[in-house]
Design a protein around this ligand. Sequence first.
Ligand SMILES: Cc1ncc(COP(=O)(O)O)c(C=O)c1O
Length: 401
Amino acid sequence: MTELTDFISLMNEHSRLRRTSINLIASENHTSPLVRAALSSDLGHRYSADFYGGTKFIQQVIQKAETYLRELFNVDYSIVTSLSGHLCDIAVILGFTKPNDKVMSVAPGNAGGYPFDFTFFNRKQIPFSFSMEKMNILVEESIKKIKKQNPKLVLFGSSFFPFAHPVKELIDSLDQQKKIEFAYDGSHVLGLIAGKQFQDPLKEGADILLGSTHKSFPGPQGGILLTNNFEKYELLSSILELDLEKGIRLIDNPHPNRIAALALATLELIEFGEEYAKQIVRNSKALAKTLDKWGVPVCFKEHGFTESHQVIIETENYEEGAVFKEKAEKHGLIIDSGGRIGTSEITRMGMKELEIKEIGEMLAGIYRNEDTSDYPRRIKDLITLFNRPAYCFERIEEINW
Ligand SMILES: Cc1ncc(COP(=O)(O)O)c(C=O)c1O
């Protein structure tokens, strides 16, 4: 079975790479031992619908996950069936628009919006008017555009997301005679919203908050939708939940092990989320200041660099970003090709400003092609000290799954 041996080696190689590197990908995080145990529990072999026998406890797992999320985000309704943040976007787009309708959202490319293929779904994307200097939506210009273009859905949120979007300002200044749905894709900042360190889009007037549960939210890969409106909840549930009478739409099997893991990650955030999110923002600011001090061109200095888990550095183009990514990875620092550096995972592993400054100095040294000969030792020391997630429960011995 050389193929099996090779495949096991491949998996081991991946784990070794990640165990010996520091992860600064803004879209990723590290789950706790409890969350990992839930992912590999018996639930990972099962369906959840009532139609199947043996599901009575699974129904409770799902209900509890929904309840914990309602408590964490202080909302009336939550949906946990989506397998990803992307499917949440699709559900909102299918639920609130029809073919040929317009959706306003942040443009991809330089503005850093999520590159959703609206044309594939027969919808037209209208970009927000956007300031690259402020990395944010321009309210008055966008309102003019909304009045002219009549989008059915306005989707806040972004993939490059250092600053809160002007949700309240924009919604309050729109005369809402023509009914528009306002959704907020908080995939990147969901953990910060949960920890009350970023805007609360539902309080600011958005109808729906959706997002990935594995970026700044340190849970299993997946997505959630939250709302205070019962009709909108019912509509989205009908798209994302199994209905044997109407027929299956986006989800048949919601992966109950993922939902159990999400419930546990949510309990962790109820307990530790505020402290965790505060430290993320402190770490991002410390990282940005260090990079700036050592000559890396960090964006938005005049706006305090960042208010989220992301620090964005100027790159001429994708190729330049990819070269920096390759160089950093060779040294054991993992980043993406977009010049976007994330602090969620290093914070989750317990690092604070002191360690962040050291990482910043090393990133700057790599960026400037300086002598990096002592970096392997410094990185190894950091990984040895911070080798288990913080902000989580330590009750793994109770597990008999
Ligand atoms: C703004 C935004 N929305 C949605 C997604 C999709 O995330 P997921 O991996 O949960 O499908 C991403 C992915 O990076 C994103 O940046």
